[in-house]
Design a protein around this ligand. Structure first.
Ligand SMILES: Cc1cc2nc3c(=O)[nH]c(=O)nc-3n(C[C@H](O)[C@H](O)[C@H](O)COP(=O)(O)OP(=O)(O)OC[C@H]3O[C@@H](n4cnc5c(N)ncnc54)[C@H](O)[C@@H]3O)c2cc1C
Length: 407
């Protein structure tokens, strides 16, 4: 176990500086254009791939860094550059993590590289869980996966929504109900390989923020998948379903395992929010020092200076929560108070609040697209919604600290 430290070490600091250079020199100048275009910034992803920033190896290295803070540092820096482009770059990791967490070694070796493609021919991947009637309530999925034993094939039917990279991905990972009566315990994850007939993109959403990231419905109409596309394999699924059918007591153990996975992944999302908040804070600090009203810089007013003091304090507090939870995940510490959810909740709310303060400090300029803070504010709003809304994070924390089935 590594000791919890606020010094990430020389290697991590070098990675941070390298990513900062990419964020400042490549992402920032492209941010406004791709936000307006509302399209996936393929040239920027390709540039990231050439430099090794968009690759399975890079994320695996950060993930396994013993300090535990490799992923949050990378996320913060990229999202400091731009959140929409940042999500286009890291959206694939959502699907990759699903394969890493649930797949066999062979499945990981086959599918994870195909999700990223190559620097000459970059690909993205999509993780499709949410549905029109199953958002926060992930146990209510209607997409069905039925096993055709004669052909050793799975047949998937249903409609997914809100899928980041949905329809434009090479590889889609789809969560479907195998035994709907068992709720979340009756679900399984499937890889849909590139070019599989029956999978199509539905509506592409026009969004308030993170507009450079593609979000769409994914329609599954009689999608037939070979048996080996079931993540983890049939034997493991059958054992799991049998255990779930046996009764609530043992199933509760499974629920804890799923919760541990969420607790480990949520800090990474919190770190993205911190990147946005830090970016907006820096613009506001700079502006407050140079904007003169009543014959002096506006930061000379305590009202403005205190706002900036609170912004910086909340950003640092959020980062401490994120780093603690990431360190806990890397060192297999039990999340007894849902510390991962805590970090995502606080960081997401902080990003929304800090970016709103930044707009206020910039006055009229903050309200225009001449300055980046209005985009940052729009981008921040998703951080209280996806990967579990703020209300759902509070529910998870409340259950963890009370031991009660709070609803
Ligand atoms: C831009 C974007 C990208 C996304 N990317 C993906 C993706 O790649 N893959 C994927 O699978 N999904 C993705 N999502 C889906 C996202 O995770 C869901 O939108 C989110 O989980 C909320 O679900 P919902 O929108 O159906 O809201 P609902 O669940 O309908 O919630 C509506 C409101 O009710 C509140 N609420 C619900 N239940 C409770 C409760 N028990 N107690 C208190 N309050 C409650 C919520 O907090 C919220 O405020 C994405 C969403 C967006 C907007």
């Amino acid at each position: 176990m590594s000791t919890f430290s606020l010094d990430p070490g020389a290697d991590q600091l070098a990675v941070r500086d390298w990513l900062h250079g990419f964020a400042a020199d490549v992402m920032r100048p492209a941010a406004a254009e791709w936000d307006e275009r509302e399209e996936t910034p393929w040239p920027v992803i390709q540039e990231a791939a050439k430099l090794g920033i968009y690759s399975l190896d890079f994320y695996a290295q950060q993930y396994f860094d013993p300090s535990g803070v490799g992923i949050p540092i990378a996320m913060e820096e990229l999202f400091w550059g731009d959140a929409g482009i940042g999500l286009s770059i890291v959206g694939t990791t959502l699907a990759a993590v699903a394969v890493l967490a649930n797949g066999t070694e062979e499945q990981i070796g086959t599918w994870a590289p195909q999700m990223f493609g190559t620097p000459e021919d970059v690909k993205v991947a999509a993780f499709c869980s949410s549905e029109p009637d199953a958002g926060s309530d992930v146990s209510a999925l209607r997409t069905r996966a039925v096993y055709d034993e004669a052909k050793d094939e799975w047949v998937l039917n249903g409609t997914k929504t809100w899928a980041t990279n949905g329809g434009i991905a090479a590889v889609h990972v789809v969560v479907a109900a195998v035994d709907p009566a068992l709720g979340a315990r009756g679900q399984a994850s499937f890889v849909v390989p590139p070019g599989t007939p029956g999978l199509s993109q539905g509506q592409k959403f026009k969004k308030h923020g993170i507009r450079a990231s593609h979000t769409a419905e994914v329609v599954l109409d009689g999608v037939r998948l070979p048996g080996h596309c079931l993540l983890g394999g049939k034997e493991k699924l059958d054992e799991r379903l049998a255990r779930a059918r046996e009764g609530a007591k043992r199933a509760a153990g499974k629920g804890n395992a799923a919760m541990a996975t969420f607790e480990a992944s949520r800090p990474a999302v919190g770190a993205q929010a911190i990147g946005i908040a830090r970016a907006a804070y820096e613009v506001a600090l700079d502006y407050a020092r140079t904007r003169v009203q009543f014959g002096r810089p506006i930061i000379d007013n305590q009202g403005v200076a205190f706002q900036l003091a609170d912004m910086k304090t909340r950003i640092d507090a959020a980062r401490l929560l994120v780093w603690r939870a990431s360190w806990m995940a890397a060192n297999n510490q039990p999340f007894t108070a849902a510390e991962g959810s805590m970090s995502k909740l606080y960081a997401g709310e902080t990003a929304k609040w800090v970016t709103a303060q930044a707009m206020q400090i910039l006055g009229g300029n903050g309200f225009t697209r001449e300055y980046p803070v209005e985009r940052m504010h729009r981008d921040s709003a998703i951080y209280s919604i996806f990967e579990g809304t703020s209300e759902i994070q509070r529910l998870v924390i409340a259950r963890a600290i009370s031991g009660m089935p709070i609803r």
